[in-house]
Ligand binder design. Sequence first.
Ligand code: SAM
Length: 245
Amino acid sequence: TSFGFKDVADGDKQPLVNDVFHKVAKRYDMMNDLMSAGLHRAWKDAMISALNPPPDPEYRILDVAGGTGDIAFRIVEASRKMAKATVLDINGSMLSVGEDRAKKKGLAENCTFVEANAEELPFEDKTFDAYTIAFGIRNVPHIDKALSEAYRVLKRGGRLLVLEFSEVEAPILDKVYDLWSFNAIPAIGKVVAGDGEPYRYLVESIRKFPNQGDFAKMIERAGFSRVKYTNYSSGIAALHSGWKL
Ligand code: SAM
């Protein structure tokens, strides 16, 4: 299959994004390890430490673009299995892998899975204590809509955390990273998932995504306060944080 991602305007990319994740859902977790050389685990753990979820059964988090549940499971575990997590994703294939994993991990009681679009959340205003999204927001066609929805569904005092690939700030590492992402990642995709083209798209979507400072401004524009970011691995990934005050 040829995707022809380059010819697609951002507003129309959702069906192509969906196709990528339907295809890879079953192998997604393994692909993640291979393509980030295992680093995504450390970044996700750092995100959960930043959130520091309390052991409180009333604490409700929404993990958007939650895919196979990685972030939600870590949060529930960090809250000593007290927090209630809603895993939301536009892709039913990713969610069903997530539901199976939740059962196997004994976390099914704490997790709800919802198929929906980050741009139109099916929740009332002021529902959640935290909104998390990891490696998902760059796939959403209208990032501003996703951020204003995040703001809407958070309670006052609620926290937004966004983990995403970002701009590498170390001069030699950025060259190594370019070689890795434009060559190794599509090659791994071809071997493991049978098609390198979707991964070329994923790499390009990282390049197009705003850098740390610009993304922080977008979060502020959505209404969030005390916006800041922390780079991981010299900016290969960054965690942005904001509060609805
Ligand atoms: N958060 C998980 C993790 O870190 O392992 C999964 C990240 S995966 C790279 C990106 C996910 O974003 C996919 O599961 C995809 O279906 C989802 N996604 C893409 N567009 C979306 C949208 N508009 N609304 C909700 N989820 C979306």
